[in-house]
Design a protein around this ligand. Structure first.
Ligand SMILES: Cc1cc2nc3c(=O)[nH]c(=O)nc-3n(C[C@H](O)[C@H](O)[C@H](O)COP(=O)(O)O)c2cc1C
Length: 220
């Protein structure tokens, strides 16, 4: 299935089957993570078969079940939040293509229990849980195109398509606090002031690029 169709189908999955990830799939994930790390300069770590990372009251409150696999998005340097958002979402679709469900998680994991995976001087930005899905997640409300962009009847189709794909992006508490402005033939993307909004922005930019068919050179 192509990425645009996958974007339409994606929802956060918080309940997983109590089943280990098959070994060949583990190998594919490790390889993808390695590729994304060398592309992005991040040091994302894939953790398999560790139930302690989500062993917390918050996780239960957040309705997570059987989480034993997760990606830890971390690294050193500047602009980490947006970079983690962009490349984390790229991995989300790699995982979906392997038949796995995912959920971005800023709060509802056990920070203490995953400390052992963080190397000196690294910043932990966020986690993505994944596993064989027990369900496919749920539809949710969305803002309209005009609430998140300057789209109008004269906008080129690629911009409209990009904004539509951006509206399908997961954002923290479904806040969708971003703005996409077409300025001549480029796009300005801004995060509003809100928790995790910079991570959201990276995710949104990834969606926009896929939806519009443009590459990174589209951004102002
Ligand atoms: C940066 C970020 C942080 C998130 N943190 C959490 C979290 O801590 N707990 C949780 O249950 N869901 C979390 N989510 C998932 C969002 O609630 C979810 O993406 C949003 O409600 C939209 O739903 P959808 O992903 O099904 O489209 C997070 C999503 C993002 C992008």
């Amino acid at each position: 299935m192509d990425l645009k169709n996958l974007m339409e189908q994606r929802h956060s999955v918080r309940k997983y089957l109590d089943r280990k990830i098959d070994e060949p799939i583990v190998e594919i994930i490790e390889k993808k993570v390695e590729e994304i790390n060398s592309e992005s300069g991040l040091n994302i770590k894939a953790v398999f078969d560790d139930k302690e990372g989500f062993d917390s009251k918050l996780a239960k409150y957040g309705k997570f079940e059987n989480v034993s696999n997760f990606l830890i998005l971390k690294g050193k340097g500047n602009n980490l939040s947006e970079t983690c958002g962009y490349f984390g979402e790229k991995l989300v679709f790699e995982l979906m293509q392997l038949g796995l469900g995912t959920c971005w998680v800023a709060l509802t994991y056990n920070k203490k229990n995953i400390k052992k995976y963080i190397e000196p001087k690294e910043n932990l930005i966020i986690v993505i849980s994944f596993g064989y899905p027990e369900n496919q997640g749920y539809t949710r409300k969305s803002k309209s195109k005009s609430q998140v962009s300057n789209v109008d009847e004269n906008s080129p189709q690629w911009f409209v398509d990009g904004v539509n794909a951006a509206l399908l992006a997961p954002t923290a508490v479904n806040q969708q606090k971003f703005m996409l402005k077409l300025v001549d033939d480029k796009v300005e993307a801004k995060a509003k002031f809100a928790p995790c909004a910079k991570i959201d922005l990276g995710i949104v930019k990834y969606h926009f690029e896929i939806g519009s068919g443009k590459d990174k050179s589209i951004w102002i």
